[in-house]
Design a protein around this ligand. Structure first.
Ligand code: 7RM
Length: 529
């Protein structure tokens, strides 16, 4: 593959965008770029044509690697068609390589598009690795920006690889012959770092899964763990919650004895989900590593080290050796001591930190280094408990001030999720004449049917909040919904919910990164005024 890329004129420093489903060719394309010093930019194969074209134009890649199609559950996605549409507005792209996956009929543009396999068939099978400087870019990855233009985070050859290798080996206690499975998509940083680079740099075996946890049924994950004797299983709270609301029969059929360590990433894991994961997946025997990190950090920053750090539900626990987190107050002072809350910053750089935003170094400085001068600002809030363990409470912008009280929406959601009828919830603030802000809750119910009486349920949910947090955190409005607007990486797009709660339907901004844009209409129609 490296030879094919060189043959097609790709050179060190050139950008190559990769828009592929979770097939081996995706890993091969990424690694081939790394070998020849080309900067890969993987675009998640669920992004729309306009999102693809925005990313291509930002990094001005020469080449796109895609496929005739991809499967998602029982759906067939026309990836090549999406690329064709995107490329109408992408003058930098001269070359498109197409992997055959679904045997869908696609249009091939003369002089631009070629099938990959015939090129591989005639390529030489030895290729000299390009010599790189430690600080040469390895890849660009766009963050699923909740506002504005996506940010192309730039990671470097040495720093990123050192950091992913180090964190992978230690956090997951990786040993020879382990079978590591991270359920993320390679289109996200979690897939880059812990499907590809981390495991492979350690000579490990990594599972690539093309599919969804619910197809053909809710046993899929457990079936794969059993089939491949997976030793470390790394997934997201959103997946855990979606499986926890189904019958236990789906998981109890599987002994899952091969598992040694289980991990969570992507958002705060609520208490109920943590226990379900620990009890039913880890069998109370596997350490749960709740790993906090970001696209920008390259690898895991705050996390238990399996078999070393005692775990605590909902806590990411301690920074990894070499990482120095600090909590800051509104006056930009460092908060000392324990049992405190603040904005999470990192005091000193580490090997895996993103070096810049592609083409916009000023934006990089403004976004990460200006709120708290001299420190890297994560955008997250955290608390430090009595022994110095960290719990990430969510984005700092998810704080709502109600009657002068700072309320984090995440702990309120935790409380609601404890209610036996609730599957998932999201809370936002909306302007209120007296309190300044009040709280609006969007709640998904489990499909048990026990709780038909919505008015009663509303009272009970507020009672839960009262009991867990205090009456101040009670919700003014509760709307029962069938889903929440989520980005493709499972993050709730709260700015949309905030607008709906406010009653402002004029401009939801860019919703092209939503997995389920249709839900926005449903929620808007049934809004409680
Ligand atoms: C790896 C990844 C980053 C944001 C981050 C947090 C949230 C991630 C956790 C978490 C609580 C965790 N990269 N986040 N992991 N919050 N506990 N273990 O997700 O760039 O896509 O997102 O995700 O808010 O700032 S990301």
């Amino acid at each position: 593959m490296a030879n094919v890329l060189r043959e097609q004129g790709v050179r060190k420093g050139d950008r190559v965008c990769i828009y592929l489903p979770m097939i081996p060719e995706l890993a091969v394309a990424v690694l081939a770029c790394a070998r020849i010093g080309a900067i890969h930019s993987v675009i998640f194969a669920g992004f729309s044509a306009s999102a693809v074209s925005a990313r291509i134009n930002d990094c001005e890649c020469k080449m796109v690697i895609t496929s005739d199609g991809g499967y998602r559950g029982n759906k067939n996605i026309d990836l090549k068609g999406i690329v064709d549409e995107a490329l109408d507005t992408c003058p930098s792209v001269t070359n498109v390589l197409v992997v055959k996956r679904t045997n869908t009929n696609v249009k091939m543009k003369e002089g631009r598009d070629q099938w990959l396999q015939p090129l591989l068939d005639v390529a030489l099978d030895n290729s000299v690795a390009e010599i790189m400087d430690a600080e040469d870019p390895l890849f660009i990855l766009y963050t699923s920006g909740s506002t504005g233009k996506p940010k192309g985070m730039v990671h470097t050859t040495a720093g990123y690889m050192v950091y992913t290798a180090y964190t992978f080996k230690n956090v997951f206690s990786h040993e020879e012959n382990d079978i590591f499975w991270c359920t993320a998509d390679i289109g996200w940083i979690t897939g880059h770092s812990y499907i590809l680079y981390g495991p492979l740099l350690n000579g490990g075996t990594t599972v690539i899964f093309e599919g969804v946890p619910s197809y053909p049924d809710f046993s899929r994950f457990w079936d794969i763990i059993e089939k491949h004797k997976v030793t470390q299983f790394y997934t997201a709270p959103t997946a855990i919650r979606s499986l926890a609301k189904e019958s236990l029969d789906y998981i109890q059929k599987y002994p899952l004895k091969s598992l040694k360590v289980i991990g969570s990433v992507g958002e705060p894991i609520n208490e109920e989900a943590w226990h379900w994961f620990n009890d039913h997946v880890g069998d109370k025997r596997c350490p749960v590593v709740d790993t906090w990190w970001q696209t920008e950090t390259g690898g895991i920053m705050i996390s238990p080290i399996a078999f070393v750090t005692p775990t605590k539900p909902t806590y990411a626990t301690l920074p990894l050796p070499g990482i120095q987190p600090v909590l800051m107050d509104e006056k930009r002072n460092e908060i000392e001591g324990n049992q405190v809350v603040g904005s999470l910053c990192i005091k000193f750089p580490w090997p895996g930190i993103a070096r810049t935003i592609w083409g916009d170094h000023q934006r990089y400085k403004d976004t990460y280094f200006s709120a708290f001068p001299g420190k890297y600002f994560t955008g997250d809030g955290a608390l430090r408990d009595e022994v110095g363990y960290y719990r990430i409470t969510g984005r700092v912008d998810d704080v709502v001030i109600v009657s002068g009280h700072n309320l984090g929406t995440a702990p309120i959601e935790d409380a609601i999720n404890e209610h036996p009828a609730v599957a998932e919830s999201a809370i936002v603030g909306f302007p209120h004449d007296i309190k300044g802000n009040a709280l609006y809750g969007f709640v998904i119910l489990k499909e048990t049917g026990e709780y038909r009486d919505r008015a009663n349920l509303t009272k009970e949910i507020n009672q839960y909040i009262s009991d867990h947090i205090g009456p101040i955190a009670k919700l003014d409005k509760i709307q029962f919904v069938s889903g929440l607007p989520k980005t493709r990486s499972g993050k709730i797009m709260r700015r949309i919910l905030r607008k709906i709660a406010e009653g402002d339907f004029s401009n939801f901004g860019d919703i092209s990164t939503l997995l389920n844009p249709e839900i926005v209409d449903e929620i808007t129609k049934e809004r409680i005024s």
